[in-house]
Design a protein around this ligand. Structure first.
Ligand code: SF4
Length: 211
């Protein structure tokens, strides 16, 4: 199945300490929200059954655990799935670990719920991860807006990018209030310095990429 990338040394008799040094991929939580309790358990497990070296996160999106031996693989898989409530990530010709930006959970730009989409597709296709059935790898990634924080276009075969439906809604009263100086630009973040009056031509119209 997926999730384990076998690494073997060509000269085990010369380097017995790294006879095997397998990588394990573990599915990252949606939006990469962790509790310290989970991270402690993961590190304890990897210190005990692996090298202790981690990569948070690989360019696949996974939690990457670097370096363990063949007899430890099933033990680690059991601990991950039964105690930490997390599954292996993808590798090889199968579904790769889906990844989502944190979207609606924190970001004001989100146009759809990336975490829900990512969760549902992960649950639907997780079997394809454990029993590779595809002729080649396949990746879904989810960006909730065109800023593309998970770089879904570059990193996946099928990218889901949130955009607007219908006309963009503009609160003309608020725009007037910005222009008139009643609302502080950028929520007051620049208030420590004098940036001059708000200039809609320079700061909005002149920066429009469609110009
Ligand atoms: S892709 Fe868009 S919605 Fe998602 S975190 Fe980035 S800016 Fe926010």
């Amino acid at each position: 199945g997926g999730g384990v990338i076998g690494r073997y040394c060509d000269h085990p008799e010369r380097f017995p300490g790294v006879e095997h040094f397998h990588t394990m991929r573990v599915a990252q939580p949606n939006g990469k929200f962790y509790s310290t309790d989970f991270l402690r358990q993961l590190c304890d497990l990897w210190d005990f059954r692996g090298s202790g070296l981690t990569n948070m996160h690989g360019s696949t999106g996974d939690i990457v655990l670097l370096g363990t031996t063949t007899p430890q693989l099933e033990e680690i898989f059991f601990e991950l799935t039964h105690k930490l409530d997390v599954d292996l990530g993808g590798s090889g010709s199968n579904l790769r670990t889906p990844a989502a930006c944190l979207g609606e959970s924190r970001c004001e730009y989100a146009c759809y719920n990336t975490q829900e989409a990512c969760y549902n597709l992960t649950m639907e296709y997780q079997d394809e991860l454990h029993r590779p059935a595809f002729p080649y790898k396949f990746k879904f990634k989810f960006d909730a807006c065109p800023n593309g924080c998970v770089a879904s276009i570059a990193r996946s075969d099928m990218s889901f990018i949130g955009t607007w439906k219908d006309d963009i809604k503009i609160d003309q009263e608020a725009v007037k209030a910005y222009v008139g100086g009643e609302i502080a630009p950028n929520a007051g973040a620049h208030s420590g310095r004098d940036w001059g009056a708000f200039d809609i031509q320079k700061e909005v119209v002149g920066l429009c990429p469609s110009k």
